[in-house]
Design a protein around this ligand. Structure first.
Ligand code: NDP
Ligand code: HSE
Length: 437
């Protein structure tokens, strides 16, 4: 069979990894794809860098439009990132009848509906395995492997940089900024690292998984996002004392009232496998009604792990290219005209349990005042510890775990507690997920 010709846009961390792995394993990949995958063109702003890696193996250009408009290119591999030039190039490639493989979760979370519709109209494929959890084939699992199931929930450690930071802070007692700099040096962090530490990158990924799991449109504007920048090493330590580990989780759940979609630091019981996923590694738990809970683990970032997913998509496209579009695996797993309009829940309607930390004046009656406010809001306490201040002050920290309650109720309780004169700082809240149902 005639080789399939690809053009890579952006030869950075992932683009470089993709070129290297294709070159190293090309023969074996061709045996799987049924045809050779040939890198015909590479576009990057830095031609010298490209020449060093690519040599004379491909046509090199600093004008990516030459790739998207070239009739000899079958698949455009967009690895530039961002939502401006990347979007323009992807839509241009689609308009020229080319299939697209991308790792660009930010673009797809924000503009997926438009891009998928353009691809559908042209009968081409947009594949994005590398956009979620790097090297873990989670899109394939959700879209194909779990297709018999009614998915109930997904919970994932889906940002390697944030997980690396939390792990290093806990294990080595390193400061936040020091660890972030290391993650950037290792190529894990996004161009704008606030995407990693503020939970935005995880929000992009959980938005895409939610759409595939529940057969709903991609709705990034509905995701609740909270990052890890306000976490202290004390919280990490107190959580451990209570039998929990703090992870930045992306969570999406189907409930009777609608779909939850959220990213925030989360206490998970240490005994869960996912609580023990450390460093840049990612893990996703998917609960299906037939299969139960399944766990997918692997490198969530980095050149070759991400290239592994990019190339898996290339092989899929090479295999499916000649299939009638109606008989290909649908982009969001469900047939595009059968997506559902199940409502997304606001955070107020989310039900979970909570870790609360507050600083109070150490005097009689304080605890009674706090527990009265919790009781008035129908919130029940499941555990509590008190920590003396390290200085000689009359203040103590109180850490409480609650049973399941509505976010609306905990917000009201926190407001009430903060208004007490004996409470001397803002109440700090972290949500808890037991991940056992
Ligand atoms: P890099 O910044 O390492 O690579 C992007 C490359 O594109 C750079 O070489 C950049 O050149 C080049 N570039 C920028 N603008 C243009 C342009 N107009 N035309 C041609 N080339 C251009 O990014 P990554 O490889 O890390 O990320 C690429 C994509 O993969 C992003 O969408 C990212 O979110 C995603 N991703 C990344 C992962 C990772 O581990 N790094 C994991 C999973 C997904 P210059 O440097 O000169 O600007
Ligand atoms: N910045 C991302 C992370 C890269 O740290 O997980 C992979 O998407």
């Amino acid at each position: 069979m005639k080789p399939i010709h690809i053009g890579i846009l952006g030869l950075g961390t992932v683009g470089g990894g993709t070129f290297t792995v294709l070159k190293r394993n090309g023969e074996e990949i061709a045996r799987r794809a049924g045809r050779k995958i040939v890198v015909k063109m590479v576009a990057d702003k830095d031609l010298k860098k490209v020449r060093e890696l690519v040599g004379n193996d491909a046509i090199i250009t600093d004008n990516a439009h030459e790739v998207t408009c070239n009739p000899d290119i079958d698949i455009v591999v967009e690895l530039i990132g961002g939502q401006t030039i990347a979007k323009e190039l992807i839509l241009e490639a689609i308009a020229h009848g080319k299939h697209v493989v991308t790792a660009n979760k930010a673009l797809l979370a924000n503009h997926g509906t438009e891009i998928f519709a353009a691809a559908r109209a042209k009968g081409v494929i947009v594949a994005f395995e590398a956009a979620v959890a790097g090297g873990i084939p989670i899109i394939k699992a959700l879209r194909e492997g779990l297709t018999a199931n009614r998915i109930t929930w997904i919970a994932g450690i889906i940002n390697g940089t944030a997980n690396f930071i939390l792990s290093e802070m806990r294990e080595k007692g390193l400061a936040f900024n020091e660890v972030l700099a290391q993650a950037q040096k290792l190529g894990y962090a996004e161009a704008d690292p606030t995407y990693d530490i503020e939970g935005i990158d995880a929000a992009h990924k959980i938005t895409l998984m939610s759409a595939i799991a529940f057969g709903i449109p991609v709705q990034f504007d509905k995701v609740y996002t909270e990052g890890i920048t306000k976490l202290t090493s004390e919280d990490i330590q107190y959580a451990e004392e209570l039998g929990y580990r703090i992870k930045l989780l992306g969570i999406t759940k189907r409930t009777e009232k609608g779909i939850e979609l959220r990213v925030h630091p989360t206490l998970i019981p240490i005994k869960r496998l996912i609580a023990n996923v450390e460093g840049v590694m990612n893990a996703v738990v998917v609960k299906g009604d037939a299969v139960g809970a399944t766990l997918y683990y692997g490198a969530g970032a980095g050149a070759e792990p991400t290239a592994s997913s990019v190339i898996a998509d290339l092989v899929d496209v090479a295999r499916m290219q000649t299939a009638d579009p109606m008989h290909r695996v649908p982009t969001l797993s469900f047939q595009p005209d059968l997506l559902s309009d199940t409502p997304m829940l606001s955070m107020d309607d989310v039900e979970t349990s909570y870790y609360l930390r507050m600083q109070v004046v150490d005097k009689p009656g304080v605890m009674a005042e706090i527990t009265r406010i919790l009781a008035d809001n129908h919130i029940s306490i499941s555990a509590m510890i008190q920590k003396e201040a390290s200085d000689d002050s009359d203040k103590v920290s109180i850490i409480m775990l609650t049973h399941t309650t509505l976010e609306r109720s905990i917000n009201a309780a926190i407001k009430g507690i903060e208004s007490l004169p004996v409470v001397t700082n803002q109440v700090f809240r972290i949500r808890i997920e037991e991940l056992n149902k």
